[in-house]
Design a protein around this ligand. Structure first.
Ligand SMILES: Nc1ncnc2c1ncn2[C@@H]1O[C@H](COP(=O)(O)OP(=O)(O)OP(=O)(O)O)[C@@H](O)[C@H]1O
Length: 250
């Protein structure tokens, strides 16, 4: 399957000295969900920021390697151009505009739309995936529950009609039932709209359930990769990420 995204040998430094990625390579093929697993500080969020062009906002820089989207080198592109190339970054912590209503939050994403859809069609699609947002459309986003804010953050991505969504910790701080509900919708979006996903998750059980392929990142490089069925059976993954007592660990 053709690659939507390909990262080769990526090195990233913050403030010219802090090396966050040392040699990271990964690939997301069309229509797939790919998970990035790894301990705190491994470099997962940095990887997403490198793709979406956000690094310079934090005094970070790609110092080596390449990132291509659909074969095109995007390393020098500004974030708004990367969004227009079909890559939408749903950042950790949800980042909705809390003073604005749900619908105003959706309007704020229309600048990034790739296809000439009417606002109504775009918003109807969001409300079809997340009916609760339709009921809350005139409420300030700051008053939504954590799960509803996460839905809104993903809804804002949908308005842009992306080819790929970068999802940073969508389960963070949410109750298990809501996490399952949100992931079922993520899976539907992936299946029905063929939107690829690059998913950063601390919740490895969920990530391995919904992704088809995964990478484990340690100290800024990928140390293990494979289909998620294989990763779920790997003893190290079971021990460190799934909390399973393996024979070796017992
Ligand atoms: N804005 C920044 N300025 C300086 N160093 C940073 C910055 N952001 C991240 N780092 C450093 O880069 C490394 C990778 O961080 P990153 O946030 O990418 O890891 P992560 O795997 O996403 O971890 P977490 O799960 O805790 O979010 C860490 O050592 C971190 O301290």
């Amino acid at each position: 399957m053709a690659a939507v995204l390909e990262i080769r040998d990526l090195e990233v430094c913050y403030q010219g000295v802090i090396q966050a990625l040392s040699s990271l390579s990964l690939r997301v093929s069309e229509g797939s969900i790919v998970a990035l697993l790894g301990a705190n500080g491994a470099g997962k969020t940095t990887t997403l920021k490198a793709i979406s062009g956000f690094l310079p906002l934090e005094n970070g820089r790609v110092t080596r390697g390449s990132i291509t989207i659909g074969g095109e080198d995007v390393l020098k592109l500004a974030p708004h151009k990367i969004v227009r190339r079909g890559i939408f970054h749903v950042r950790e912590g949800r980042h909705v505009f809390s003073e604005m209503t749900v619908e105003e939050n959706l309007i704020a994403s229309t600048f990034a739309q790739r296809s000439p859809r009417s606002r109504k069609d775009a918003f109807d699609e969001v409300y079809n995936y997340f009916p609760i947002l339709s009921q809350r459309r005139n409420q300030a986003a700051g008053y939504l529950s954590g799960g509803e804010q996460q839905m809104l953050a993903i809804g804002r991505a949908l308005v842009a009609d992306p080819e790929m969504i970068l999802l940073d910790e969508p389960s963070l701080g949410l109750a298990p039932l809501i996490v399952s509900e949100i992931f079922e919708i993520i899976a539907r979006i992936n299946r029905e709209k063929r939107v690829s996903m690059l998913l950063v998750e601390q919740n490895a059980v969920i990530a391995l359930k919904y992704a088809s392929y995964g990478y484990v990142i340690e100290n800024g490089r990928s140390v293990l990769e494979g289909p998620t069925e294989d990763l779920a059976n790997n003893q190290d993954i079971q021990k460190f990420y799934l909390g399973v007592e393996t024979d070796e660990a017992a």
